[in-house]
Write a protein that binds this ligand. Structure first.
Ligand code: ZN
Length: 458
Protein backbone atom coordinates (compact mmCIF):
# COMPACT_ATOMS: atom_id res chain seq x y z
CA UNK A 1 0.00 0.00 0.00
CA UNK A 2 1.18 3.46 -0.77
CA UNK A 3 0.00 6.86 0.10
CA UNK A 4 1.03 10.22 -1.22
CA UNK A 5 -0.08 13.38 0.32
CA UNK A 6 0.57 16.91 -0.69
CA UNK A 7 1.23 19.03 2.26
CA UNK A 8 0.13 22.59 1.92
CA UNK A 9 1.44 24.03 5.12
CA UNK A 10 4.80 25.19 3.71
CA UNK A 11 4.58 28.33 5.81
CA UNK A 12 6.46 26.76 8.69
CA UNK A 13 9.76 26.35 6.78
CA UNK A 14 9.87 30.05 6.01
CA UNK A 15 8.95 30.81 9.58
CA UNK A 16 11.86 28.81 11.00
CA UNK A 17 14.41 31.00 9.21
CA UNK A 18 12.95 34.21 10.42
CA UNK A 19 12.36 33.21 13.99
CA UNK A 20 13.64 35.71 16.59
CA UNK A 21 13.13 35.99 20.30
CA UNK A 22 10.40 38.53 20.16
CA UNK A 23 6.75 38.41 20.84
CA UNK A 24 6.21 38.02 17.11
CA UNK A 25 8.80 35.26 17.06
CA UNK A 26 7.19 33.40 19.94
CA UNK A 27 3.84 33.54 18.22
CA UNK A 28 5.43 32.25 15.03
CA UNK A 29 7.22 29.47 16.93
CA UNK A 30 3.90 28.46 18.39
CA UNK A 31 2.38 28.35 14.91
CA UNK A 32 5.37 26.31 13.75
CA UNK A 33 5.02 23.79 16.57
CA UNK A 34 1.32 23.25 16.13
CA UNK A 35 1.64 22.79 12.39
CA UNK A 36 4.54 20.37 12.91
CA UNK A 37 2.33 18.06 14.94
CA UNK A 38 -0.10 18.07 12.04
CA UNK A 39 2.35 16.95 9.35
CA UNK A 40 0.31 13.82 8.75
CA UNK A 41 -2.84 15.67 7.67
CA UNK A 42 -4.40 13.76 4.79
CA UNK A 43 -2.41 10.62 5.52
CA UNK A 44 -4.76 7.77 4.70
CA UNK A 45 -4.52 4.04 5.28
CA UNK A 46 -6.87 1.08 4.99
CA UNK A 47 -7.27 -0.35 8.47
CA UNK A 48 -6.08 -3.91 8.97
CA UNK A 49 -9.62 -5.19 9.48
CA UNK A 50 -12.99 -3.81 8.48
CA UNK A 51 -14.37 -1.29 10.96
CA UNK A 52 -10.86 -0.79 12.44
CA UNK A 53 -11.47 -3.87 14.59
CA UNK A 54 -8.70 -5.62 16.48
CA UNK A 55 -9.02 -8.95 14.66
CA UNK A 56 -11.27 -11.11 12.52
CA UNK A 57 -13.12 -14.37 13.10
CA UNK A 58 -14.67 -16.66 10.50
CA UNK A 59 -16.99 -19.38 11.76
CA UNK A 60 -16.90 -22.28 9.32
CA UNK A 61 -18.62 -25.66 9.08
CA UNK A 62 -17.66 -28.68 6.98
CA UNK A 63 -19.62 -31.46 5.28
CA UNK A 64 -23.12 -29.92 5.10
CA UNK A 65 -24.39 -31.73 8.22
CA UNK A 66 -28.09 -30.98 8.71
CA UNK A 67 -27.75 -29.81 12.32
CA UNK A 68 -25.29 -27.15 11.24
CA UNK A 69 -28.23 -25.53 9.46
CA UNK A 70 -31.07 -26.39 11.83
CA UNK A 71 -29.27 -26.00 15.19
CA UNK A 72 -26.13 -23.83 14.74
CA UNK A 73 -27.46 -21.45 12.09
CA UNK A 74 -30.44 -20.16 14.12
CA UNK A 75 -28.11 -19.44 17.06
CA UNK A 76 -25.78 -17.51 14.77
CA UNK A 77 -28.73 -15.61 13.30
CA UNK A 78 -29.85 -14.62 16.77
CA UNK A 79 -26.48 -12.93 17.38
CA UNK A 80 -26.16 -11.62 13.81
CA UNK A 81 -23.09 -13.74 13.07
CA UNK A 82 -22.52 -14.87 9.48
CA UNK A 83 -21.04 -18.33 8.86
CA UNK A 84 -19.36 -20.22 6.03
CA UNK A 85 -20.71 -23.68 5.23
CA UNK A 86 -18.49 -25.93 3.06
CA UNK A 87 -21.01 -28.32 1.53
CA UNK A 88 -20.68 -31.64 -0.29
CA UNK A 89 -22.71 -30.79 -3.37
CA UNK A 90 -23.32 -34.39 -4.48
CA UNK A 91 -25.53 -34.84 -1.38
CA UNK A 92 -27.92 -32.10 -2.49
CA UNK A 93 -30.81 -33.20 -4.75
CA UNK A 94 -30.49 -31.83 -8.28
CA UNK A 95 -26.69 -31.70 -8.38
CA UNK A 96 -24.16 -33.70 -10.36
CA UNK A 97 -23.61 -36.96 -8.46
CA UNK A 98 -20.42 -38.68 -7.54
CA UNK A 99 -19.14 -40.99 -10.25
CA UNK A 100 -16.02 -42.57 -11.67
CA UNK A 101 -14.92 -41.18 -15.03
CA UNK A 102 -12.58 -43.34 -17.10
CA UNK A 103 -12.11 -46.71 -18.74
CA UNK A 104 -14.73 -49.43 -18.23
CA UNK A 105 -14.72 -50.70 -14.65
CA UNK A 106 -14.31 -54.36 -15.69
CA UNK A 107 -11.14 -53.57 -17.72
CA UNK A 108 -9.51 -51.94 -14.72
CA UNK A 109 -10.49 -54.79 -12.42
CA UNK A 110 -9.30 -57.45 -14.91
CA UNK A 111 -5.98 -55.65 -15.33
CA UNK A 112 -5.46 -55.73 -11.55
CA UNK A 113 -5.10 -59.52 -11.76
CA UNK A 114 -2.11 -59.19 -14.09
CA UNK A 115 -0.46 -55.92 -13.07
CA UNK A 116 0.36 -55.00 -9.50
CA UNK A 117 -0.48 -51.49 -8.35
CA UNK A 118 2.25 -49.03 -9.31
CA UNK A 119 2.71 -45.32 -9.97
CA UNK A 120 1.10 -45.67 -13.42
CA UNK A 121 -2.19 -47.20 -12.32
CA UNK A 122 -2.51 -46.19 -8.65
CA UNK A 123 -4.57 -43.01 -9.16
CA UNK A 124 -6.95 -44.75 -11.57
CA UNK A 125 -7.54 -47.66 -9.17
CA UNK A 126 -7.82 -45.41 -6.13
CA UNK A 127 -10.33 -43.23 -8.01
CA UNK A 128 -12.49 -46.18 -9.08
CA UNK A 129 -12.55 -48.10 -5.81
CA UNK A 130 -14.63 -45.45 -4.02
CA UNK A 131 -17.42 -45.92 -6.55
CA UNK A 132 -17.65 -49.72 -6.54
CA UNK A 133 -20.72 -49.59 -4.35
CA UNK A 134 -19.87 -50.60 -0.78
CA UNK A 135 -19.03 -48.56 2.28
CA UNK A 136 -16.05 -50.84 2.92
CA UNK A 137 -14.57 -49.91 -0.48
CA UNK A 138 -15.12 -46.25 0.32
CA UNK A 139 -13.24 -46.68 3.60
CA UNK A 140 -10.36 -48.29 1.71
CA UNK A 141 -10.25 -45.37 -0.72
CA UNK A 142 -9.92 -43.04 2.23
CA UNK A 143 -7.28 -45.19 3.90
CA UNK A 144 -5.21 -45.41 0.70
CA UNK A 145 -5.38 -41.61 0.49
CA UNK A 146 -4.25 -41.24 4.07
CA UNK A 147 -1.27 -43.58 3.51
CA UNK A 148 -0.31 -41.83 0.28
CA UNK A 149 -0.49 -38.36 1.78
CA UNK A 150 1.62 -39.36 4.76
CA UNK A 151 4.33 -40.63 2.39
CA UNK A 152 3.66 -44.35 2.82
CA UNK A 153 3.45 -44.96 -0.91
CA UNK A 154 4.38 -48.66 -0.94
CA UNK A 155 1.78 -49.36 1.77
CA UNK A 156 -0.81 -47.45 -0.25
CA UNK A 157 -0.08 -49.59 -3.36
CA UNK A 158 -0.23 -52.81 -1.29
CA UNK A 159 -3.54 -51.76 0.21
CA UNK A 160 -5.02 -51.17 -3.25
CA UNK A 161 -3.82 -54.64 -4.34
CA UNK A 162 -5.51 -56.16 -1.29
CA UNK A 163 -8.76 -54.24 -1.91
CA UNK A 164 -8.92 -55.22 -5.60
CA UNK A 165 -8.42 -58.86 -4.62
CA UNK A 166 -11.37 -58.51 -2.23
CA UNK A 167 -13.39 -56.71 -4.90
CA UNK A 168 -12.76 -59.49 -7.44
CA UNK A 169 -13.77 -62.13 -4.89
CA UNK A 170 -16.94 -60.23 -3.95
CA UNK A 171 -15.72 -59.78 -0.39
CA UNK A 172 -16.30 -56.02 -0.04
CA UNK A 173 -19.33 -55.31 2.12
CA UNK A 174 -21.52 -52.56 3.37
CA UNK A 175 -20.45 -52.07 6.95
CA UNK A 176 -22.39 -50.44 9.76
CA UNK A 177 -19.68 -47.84 10.19
CA UNK A 178 -21.04 -44.32 10.16
CA UNK A 179 -19.61 -42.20 7.40
CA UNK A 180 -19.62 -38.91 9.24
CA UNK A 181 -19.73 -36.64 6.22
CA UNK A 182 -22.50 -38.61 4.58
CA UNK A 183 -25.47 -38.99 6.93
CA UNK A 184 -28.78 -40.09 5.40
CA UNK A 185 -30.47 -37.30 7.37
CA UNK A 186 -28.50 -34.58 5.55
CA UNK A 187 -31.43 -33.59 3.36
CA UNK A 188 -30.77 -29.86 2.97
CA UNK A 189 -32.03 -28.66 -0.43
CA UNK A 190 -30.72 -25.98 -2.79
CA UNK A 191 -33.78 -23.89 -1.89
CA UNK A 192 -32.83 -24.10 1.78
CA UNK A 193 -29.24 -23.15 0.98
CA UNK A 194 -30.41 -20.22 -1.15
CA UNK A 195 -32.47 -18.97 1.79
CA UNK A 196 -29.41 -19.25 4.08
CA UNK A 197 -27.34 -17.10 1.73
CA UNK A 198 -30.08 -14.46 1.91
CA UNK A 199 -29.48 -14.38 5.68
CA UNK A 200 -25.85 -13.41 5.04
CA UNK A 201 -24.20 -16.82 5.25
CA UNK A 202 -21.68 -18.10 2.76
CA UNK A 203 -22.17 -21.47 1.10
CA UNK A 204 -18.94 -22.82 -0.37
CA UNK A 205 -17.59 -25.98 -1.96
CA UNK A 206 -16.36 -29.10 -0.19
CA UNK A 207 -16.31 -31.09 -3.49
CA UNK A 208 -18.95 -33.45 -4.91
CA UNK A 209 -18.32 -36.57 -2.79
CA UNK A 210 -15.63 -35.73 -0.19
CA UNK A 211 -12.89 -37.95 -1.64
CA UNK A 212 -9.17 -38.06 -0.94
CA UNK A 213 -8.36 -35.76 -3.85
CA UNK A 214 -4.63 -36.52 -3.61
CA UNK A 215 -5.17 -40.07 -4.96
CA UNK A 216 -7.59 -39.21 -7.78
CA UNK A 217 -6.42 -39.12 -11.36
CA UNK A 218 -6.70 -35.83 -13.22
CA UNK A 219 -10.13 -36.29 -14.78
CA UNK A 220 -11.77 -37.40 -11.52
CA UNK A 221 -9.98 -34.76 -9.49
CA UNK A 222 -11.20 -32.05 -11.86
CA UNK A 223 -14.75 -33.42 -11.82
CA UNK A 224 -14.91 -33.19 -8.00
CA UNK A 225 -13.76 -29.57 -8.07
CA UNK A 226 -15.50 -28.30 -11.21
CA UNK A 227 -18.87 -30.06 -10.93
CA UNK A 228 -19.24 -28.82 -7.36
CA UNK A 229 -18.44 -25.29 -8.49
CA UNK A 230 -20.84 -25.40 -11.42
CA UNK A 231 -23.74 -26.66 -9.25
CA UNK A 232 -23.13 -23.94 -6.69
CA UNK A 233 -23.04 -21.38 -9.48
CA UNK A 234 -26.24 -22.74 -11.01
CA UNK A 235 -28.27 -22.92 -7.79
CA UNK A 236 -26.78 -20.10 -5.69
CA UNK A 237 -24.90 -17.81 -8.08
CA UNK A 238 -21.33 -16.84 -8.95
CA UNK A 239 -20.73 -15.17 -5.57
CA UNK A 240 -20.58 -18.53 -3.79
CA UNK A 241 -17.93 -20.03 -6.06
CA UNK A 242 -15.18 -18.03 -4.34
CA UNK A 243 -14.15 -20.30 -1.44
CA UNK A 244 -13.55 -24.03 -1.16
CA UNK A 245 -12.17 -26.54 1.30
CA UNK A 246 -10.62 -29.68 -0.15
CA UNK A 247 -11.58 -32.63 2.13
CA UNK A 248 -9.45 -33.86 5.03
CA UNK A 249 -7.69 -30.48 5.14
CA UNK A 250 -5.32 -31.69 2.42
CA UNK A 251 -2.33 -29.59 1.46
CA UNK A 252 -1.17 -32.00 -1.21
CA UNK A 253 0.81 -29.96 -3.76
CA UNK A 254 -0.83 -31.46 -6.82
CA UNK A 255 -4.33 -30.92 -5.40
CA UNK A 256 -3.50 -27.34 -4.36
CA UNK A 257 -2.26 -26.56 -7.85
CA UNK A 258 -5.50 -27.73 -9.48
CA UNK A 259 -7.80 -26.27 -6.83
CA UNK A 260 -6.20 -22.81 -6.84
CA UNK A 261 -6.94 -22.52 -10.56
CA UNK A 262 -10.64 -23.20 -9.92
CA UNK A 263 -11.33 -21.42 -6.60
CA UNK A 264 -9.88 -18.00 -5.63
CA UNK A 265 -9.70 -18.96 -1.95
CA UNK A 266 -8.96 -22.27 -0.23
CA UNK A 267 -9.21 -22.77 3.48
CA UNK A 268 -6.57 -25.49 3.04
CA UNK A 269 -3.91 -23.02 2.03
CA UNK A 270 -3.55 -19.57 0.50
CA UNK A 271 -0.84 -18.30 -1.84
CA UNK A 272 -0.14 -14.97 -0.09
CA UNK A 273 3.37 -14.52 1.33
CA UNK A 274 2.19 -11.94 3.87
CA UNK A 275 -0.27 -14.45 5.38
CA UNK A 276 1.01 -16.95 7.92
CA UNK A 277 -1.17 -20.05 8.19
CA UNK A 278 -1.45 -22.10 11.35
CA UNK A 279 -3.59 -25.07 10.46
CA UNK A 280 -5.71 -27.02 12.94
CA UNK A 281 -2.84 -29.29 13.95
CA UNK A 282 -0.31 -26.50 14.40
CA UNK A 283 1.11 -25.97 17.87
CA UNK A 284 2.66 -22.60 16.99
CA UNK A 285 1.41 -19.57 18.90
CA UNK A 286 -0.22 -16.99 16.61
CA UNK A 287 1.12 -14.04 18.63
CA UNK A 288 4.68 -15.11 17.82
CA UNK A 289 4.23 -14.75 14.06
CA UNK A 290 6.02 -11.84 12.42
CA UNK A 291 3.83 -11.84 9.33
CA UNK A 292 1.33 -9.10 8.68
CA UNK A 293 -1.60 -11.49 8.89
CA UNK A 294 -2.00 -14.86 10.61
CA UNK A 295 -4.80 -17.22 9.69
CA UNK A 296 -5.20 -19.30 12.84
CA UNK A 297 -7.40 -22.35 12.33
CA UNK A 298 -8.84 -24.09 15.37
CA UNK A 299 -11.13 -27.10 15.46
CA UNK A 300 -13.54 -27.12 18.40
CA UNK A 301 -13.74 -30.92 18.66
CA UNK A 302 -16.02 -32.70 21.12
CA UNK A 303 -13.48 -32.71 23.97
CA UNK A 304 -12.20 -29.16 23.54
CA UNK A 305 -13.35 -27.24 26.61
CA UNK A 306 -15.33 -24.02 26.57
CA UNK A 307 -12.46 -22.37 28.42
CA UNK A 308 -10.01 -23.20 25.62
CA UNK A 309 -12.49 -22.10 22.97
CA UNK A 310 -12.97 -18.75 24.71
CA UNK A 311 -9.20 -18.33 25.12
CA UNK A 312 -8.84 -18.39 21.30
CA UNK A 313 -11.13 -15.37 21.11
CA UNK A 314 -9.21 -13.59 23.88
CA UNK A 315 -5.91 -14.24 22.06
CA UNK A 316 -7.34 -12.56 18.95
CA UNK A 317 -8.11 -9.44 20.95
CA UNK A 318 -4.60 -9.35 22.43
CA UNK A 319 -2.92 -9.03 19.02
CA UNK A 320 -4.09 -7.26 15.89
CA UNK A 321 -2.97 -9.54 13.09
CA UNK A 322 -4.98 -12.69 13.83
CA UNK A 323 -7.74 -14.09 11.68
CA UNK A 324 -9.25 -16.90 13.74
CA UNK A 325 -10.90 -19.49 11.51
CA UNK A 326 -13.07 -21.88 13.52
CA UNK A 327 -13.78 -25.25 11.93
CA UNK A 328 -16.90 -27.04 13.18
CA UNK A 329 -18.10 -30.46 12.02
CA UNK A 330 -20.83 -32.37 13.88
CA UNK A 331 -23.58 -30.74 15.93
CA UNK A 332 -25.84 -32.42 18.50
CA UNK A 333 -24.79 -36.00 17.80
CA UNK A 334 -24.74 -35.86 13.99
CA UNK A 335 -21.43 -35.63 12.12
CA UNK A 336 -17.77 -35.93 13.11
CA UNK A 337 -16.67 -34.77 16.60
CA UNK A 338 -19.96 -33.07 17.45
CA UNK A 339 -20.44 -30.10 19.77
CA UNK A 340 -23.83 -29.50 21.36
CA UNK A 341 -26.26 -26.71 20.57
CA UNK A 342 -25.92 -25.55 24.21
CA UNK A 343 -22.18 -25.19 23.81
CA UNK A 344 -22.65 -23.18 20.62
CA UNK A 345 -25.17 -20.94 22.36
CA UNK A 346 -22.65 -20.13 25.10
CA UNK A 347 -19.73 -19.72 22.70
CA UNK A 348 -21.45 -17.53 20.14
CA UNK A 349 -22.86 -15.38 22.91
CA UNK A 350 -19.28 -14.90 24.18
CA UNK A 351 -18.04 -13.95 20.70
CA UNK A 352 -20.96 -11.58 20.29
CA UNK A 353 -20.19 -9.86 23.61
CA UNK A 354 -16.64 -9.15 22.41
CA UNK A 355 -18.05 -7.74 19.17
CA UNK A 356 -16.64 -4.23 19.63
CA UNK A 357 -13.14 -5.67 19.10
CA UNK A 358 -13.92 -8.33 16.51
CA UNK A 359 -14.89 -8.40 12.88
CA UNK A 360 -16.99 -11.52 12.39
CA UNK A 361 -17.25 -12.26 8.69
CA UNK A 362 -17.42 -15.09 6.19
CA UNK A 363 -14.27 -16.76 4.90
CA UNK A 364 -14.75 -15.07 1.52
CA UNK A 365 -15.28 -11.58 2.94
CA UNK A 366 -12.15 -11.65 5.11
CA UNK A 367 -10.07 -12.99 2.20
CA UNK A 368 -11.41 -10.29 -0.09
CA UNK A 369 -10.82 -7.51 2.44
CA UNK A 370 -7.19 -8.52 3.00
CA UNK A 371 -6.52 -8.75 -0.74
CA UNK A 372 -8.24 -5.43 -1.43
CA UNK A 373 -6.17 -3.76 1.27
CA UNK A 374 -2.90 -5.22 0.03
CA UNK A 375 -3.66 -4.31 -3.60
CA UNK A 376 -4.98 -0.80 -3.09
CA UNK A 377 -3.09 2.31 -4.09
CA UNK A 378 -4.19 5.29 -2.05
CA UNK A 379 -3.51 8.93 -2.80
CA UNK A 380 -4.66 11.98 -0.91
CA UNK A 381 -4.48 15.70 -1.47
CA UNK A 382 -4.99 18.46 1.07
CA UNK A 383 -6.50 21.67 -0.24
CA UNK A 384 -7.74 24.49 1.97
CA UNK A 385 -10.64 22.99 3.86
CA UNK A 386 -10.86 19.70 1.99
CA UNK A 387 -8.96 16.43 1.77
CA UNK A 388 -9.47 14.47 -1.43
CA UNK A 389 -8.77 10.73 -1.24
CA UNK A 390 -8.60 8.23 -4.07
CA UNK A 391 -8.24 4.44 -3.89
CA UNK A 392 -7.52 2.36 -6.94
CA UNK A 393 -7.05 -1.37 -7.35
CA UNK A 394 -6.57 -3.79 -10.21
CA UNK A 395 -8.67 -6.52 -8.60
CA UNK A 396 -11.90 -7.49 -10.38
CA UNK A 397 -14.60 -5.24 -8.83
CA UNK A 398 -17.28 -7.84 -9.63
CA UNK A 399 -15.59 -10.23 -7.20
CA UNK A 400 -13.77 -7.94 -4.78
CA UNK A 401 -16.80 -6.07 -3.48
CA UNK A 402 -16.17 -5.85 0.27
CA UNK A 403 -16.00 -2.22 1.48
CA UNK A 404 -12.66 -1.32 3.05
CA UNK A 405 -12.34 0.97 6.05
CA UNK A 406 -10.23 4.08 5.49
CA UNK A 407 -8.55 6.07 8.21
CA UNK A 408 -7.60 9.66 7.34
CA UNK A 409 -5.88 12.17 9.60
CA UNK A 410 -7.55 15.58 9.64
CA UNK A 411 -6.56 18.99 11.03
CA UNK A 412 -7.22 19.34 14.73
CA UNK A 413 -9.05 22.57 14.06
CA UNK A 414 -11.78 20.80 12.12
CA UNK A 415 -14.75 20.45 14.39
CA UNK A 416 -17.22 18.82 12.04
CA UNK A 417 -16.44 16.73 8.96
CA UNK A 418 -18.55 15.68 6.02
CA UNK A 419 -17.73 12.90 3.59
CA UNK A 420 -18.85 13.37 0.04
CA UNK A 421 -18.42 10.70 -2.59
CA UNK A 422 -18.60 12.09 -6.09
CA UNK A 423 -20.36 9.05 -7.42
CA UNK A 424 -23.15 9.55 -4.92
CA UNK A 425 -23.51 13.33 -4.67
CA UNK A 426 -26.64 13.26 -2.62
CA UNK A 427 -24.96 11.22 0.04
CA UNK A 428 -23.15 13.53 2.45
CA UNK A 429 -22.14 11.70 5.56
CA UNK A 430 -21.17 13.32 8.84
CA UNK A 431 -18.13 11.55 10.27
CA UNK A 432 -17.18 11.09 13.88
CA UNK A 433 -13.81 12.67 14.75
CA UNK A 434 -11.55 10.38 16.79
CA UNK A 435 -8.08 10.82 18.26
CA UNK A 436 -4.96 8.70 18.71
CA UNK A 437 -1.31 9.47 19.46
CA UNK A 438 -0.80 10.79 15.91
CA UNK A 439 -3.68 13.23 15.89
CA UNK A 440 -7.32 13.53 14.88
CA UNK A 441 -8.73 11.13 12.34
CA UNK A 442 -11.93 9.90 10.77
CA UNK A 443 -12.97 6.39 9.71
CA UNK A 444 -15.16 5.76 6.68
CA UNK A 445 -15.82 2.97 4.24
CA UNK A 446 -15.36 2.84 0.49
CA UNK A 447 -14.79 0.57 -2.48
CA UNK A 448 -11.73 0.95 -4.73
CA UNK A 449 -12.12 2.64 -8.13
CA UNK A 450 -15.35 4.40 -7.24
CA UNK A 451 -14.05 7.94 -7.59
CA UNK A 452 -12.97 10.73 -5.30
CA UNK A 453 -13.76 10.72 -1.62
CA UNK A 454 -13.95 14.28 -0.38
CA UNK A 455 -13.59 15.12 3.29
CA UNK A 456 -14.44 18.69 4.13
CA UNK A 457 -14.80 20.84 7.15
CA UNK A 458 -18.33 21.91 7.60
ZN1 ZN B 1 -15.02 -32.74 5.39
Amino acid sequence: MYFFYNYHYHLKDKIMNKCRISLFGIILLFVSCTTKIEENIGQTVITKWQGNKQSAISITYDDGIINQFTVARPIMNKFGLPGTFFIITGKVTGSGKGKFIGRPEEDIIKESVLVKTNSDNFFERASLIGFTGTSEALEYHSEAGSLFESGNITEAYELIDKVYLKLRSGDLKNTDDVIFHNNPVDTTSWNDLKAYTAEGHEIASHTVTHPRLAVLDEVNLLYELEQSKSDIQKFLGEKYTFSAECPYGTENERVMEYAHKIYPALRNRMPESYLDELNRASKRQPGKSEKEYVQWQRGPLTNVSMEIMKSWVDTCIKYNNIWLVLVFHGIDGIGWEPKTGDELEEYFSYINKKGTHLWIATFADVTKYIRERKNAIISSMVQDNTIVVNISSDLDPEIYDVPVTLKTYVPKAWKSILLNQKFKQENELKLKIQKDELGSYVLYSALPNEGELILKEK
